[in-house]
Design a protein around this ligand. Sequence first.
Ligand SMILES: Nc1ncnc2c1ncn2[C@@H]1O[C@H](COP(=O)(O)OP(=O)(O)O)[C@@H](O)[C@H]1O
Ligand SMILES: [Mg+2]
Length: 356
Amino acid sequence: MLGNLQQGKHTLIIAPRRYGKSSLAERAIEQSLLASVKINFHLCTSEAEVSQLVLDSVIKLIGKSIGQVEKLMSSVKKYISNLEPLLSFEGDQVKLKLTPRNQLNHAVIISEALLLLEKLLLEKNKKAVIFLDEFQEIDKISKQRGLEGAFRTAAQEMHCLALIFSGSVRSLLLSLFEDENRPLYKLCRKIKLDRIAAEDYEKHIQKIALNTWEKHLEESTFNKIMERSNRHPYYVNYLCDAVWEASLKIPSVQDVENAWTNVVIEEWSDALRELSDLPVGQRRVIKYLANNRVESIHSQETCIALSMPTSSIATAVHVLIEKDYIEQSKNGHYNVINPLLLAVLRGAEDSRNQLL
Ligand SMILES: Nc1ncnc2c1ncn2[C@@H]1O[C@H](COP(=O)(O)OP(=O)(O)O)[C@@H](O)[C@H]1O
Ligand SMILES: [Mg+2]
């Protein structure tokens, strides 16, 4: 990852929600010591907002990486034709403004702004990074694929500016970048984040245990943390926070169980809300998969248990995988990825709630 940034290569980070994609990108950028901006497309709802965000970010990055915009004006003018450069004076600061000339083609604005930055960096022999987070939103906003095309046009000409793409709907991102017919095909080096191995967590967690209680956790206690959190990075953090907060002395397996119960109780209603937003078929299937070890979704047994036709089950499973709710493990059965949803789906089975 760091190598990519230093060589001006683009990167695509793929993993389910809350696996640490954004953290990884931010850490790599920090270590690269390169000038950078992060663009988060999460709240964008239109092409106009996307192009404005890109323009603002490019200007910010020009300031950070090259500085002194007033000395750049002749170069800036040389490299743009659809944007109008203006200098404004705010206090003792000189700010660059780029306003689109009459026609408003957002794709053109985006690629021109990105390429302007690239050319300025090249001229000054500098490097910089743009982190494009929640990039899947682009797909939702731009139905004609114009915006994807704009990023591609610019990205393929970059040597000094490295892009990092990330986002949370894995299948959507993969189709953006791996479908031969789409503009962003084969543009990036791909990094797939898997769950972190228990041994790696162990080194880290035992070090903190030693610091806190002057002792290592028992193997069984550590294993319980791994089991309950399912090594999901976000929930490892969450559960450890809860365990550490509740324990004055070295915690036991039971302390981990109690802390996890509290986490589940705390998150219960949010998790239920998320599950109740799923269409009925998907909800029924995910609940079944949480409570049964299912090797084949096409089996008679599964159909009868769910009282759904095979085709509907297959569709639901497909969508649940697409949305990163479930994954198929190496030995073929289906797992719920998020340990909290798993706990709620299992708990809902026995008592608390008839909603599911
Ligand atoms: N390597 C890691 N080990 C443990 N926890 C991590 C790691 N990387 C990130 N986290 C934690 O996981 C959570 C989700 O991280 P984030 O980077 O926001 O994920 P994403 O962008 O994939 O949704 C954060 O609370 C973060 O502190
Ligand atoms: Mg993120």
